[in-house]
Design a protein around this ligand. Structure first.
Ligand SMILES: Nc1nc2c(ncn2[C@@H]2O[C@H](COP(=O)(O)OP(=O)(O)OP(=O)(O)O)[C@@H](O)[C@H]2O)c(=O)[nH]1
Ligand SMILES: [Mg+2]
Length: 229
């Protein structure tokens, strides 16, 4: 009998821990041409690792890192797939529930920058229209081989309404900042929506039982998660 109670207590504690591990879960997708450094950006951010001879990603991988954003514990779940079409997993599943995207090109390869438009189209076709997008010009350590100026990239970013940074997974330059910026932007959007919903709920004149949708950006806002599962 006592054992039974202890068991119930343990289960209860486990549930408590799981529930309180984080305040928000945000799914972020990595996109961009093959070889631009998506997987190394991910390993730098989640494990502080870099590999000079990394192989092309096959299928889908993901890694997580939990960090603080404006006093909230946010778990970033970052998905990575191959830039090359033939190695890619089903596109719609990859984008489902994503609230942020890091769109990477290689500053030493003009073609990867020219393809940014293609990736934006893919985002428009498959992702939530409110998705937060950061464009990253990676391999900034290879300045002597530069084929894309920061000015050109900035112009495109402004035209398309994206945030923009140059990064280096090798030198750990701006990788942290890129993700922090995405997470902060997502958090601000979500806080604003929650506030607007609160205000709408307390405004007299709204009939009882009216449904107010605050979940545009997240698959499941009530669970305080922004990842679909
Ligand atoms: N110099 C330099 N090399 C980098 C940097 N980031 C990645 N690389 C190198 O670029 C190559 C490709 O990196 P990956 O991270 O595998 O590229 P990817 O975008 O994941 O490629 P796919 O999985 O094929 O889509 C590897 O040889 C990396 O070592 C960087 O910031 N600077
Ligand atoms: Mg990869």
């Amino acid at each position: 009998m006592v054992l039974g109670l202890e068991f119930v207590y343990e289960i209860d504690q486990m549930a408590y821990k799981v529930d309180h591990e984080y305040d928000y879960l945000f799914k972020i997708v990595l996109i961009g041409d093959s070889g631009v450094g998506k997987s190394n950006i991910l390993s730098r951010f989640t494990r502080n690792e870099f590999c000079l001879e990394s192989k092309s990603t096959i299928g889908v991988e993901f890694a997580t890192r939990t960090l603080q954003v404006e006093g909230k514990t946010v778990k970033a779940q970052i998905w990575d797939t191959a830039g090359q079409e033939r190695y890619r997993a089903i596109t719609s599943a990859y984008y489902r529930g994503a609230v942020g995207a890091l769109l990477v090109y290689d500053i030493t390869k003009r073609q990867t920058f020219d393809n940014v438009q293609r990736w934006l189209r893919e985002l428009r076709d498959h992702a939530d229209s409110n998705i937060v997008i950061m464009m990253a010009g990676n391999k900034a350590d290879l300045n002597h081989l530069r084929a894309v100026s920061a000015e050109d990239a900035q112009v495109l970013a402004e035209k398309e309404g994206l945030s923009f940074l140059e990064t280096s997974a090798l030198e750990a330059l701006n990788v942290e900042k890129a993700f922090q910026t995405i997470l902060l932007d997502i958090y601000h959007i979500i806080s604003k929506k929650a506030l607007a919903a609160q205000e709408a709920a307390s405004t007299p004149g709204i009939p009882h039982g009216t449904t107010i949708n605050v979940a545009n950006i997240s698959g499941n806002y009530n669970k305080r998660t922004c990842c679909s599962n």
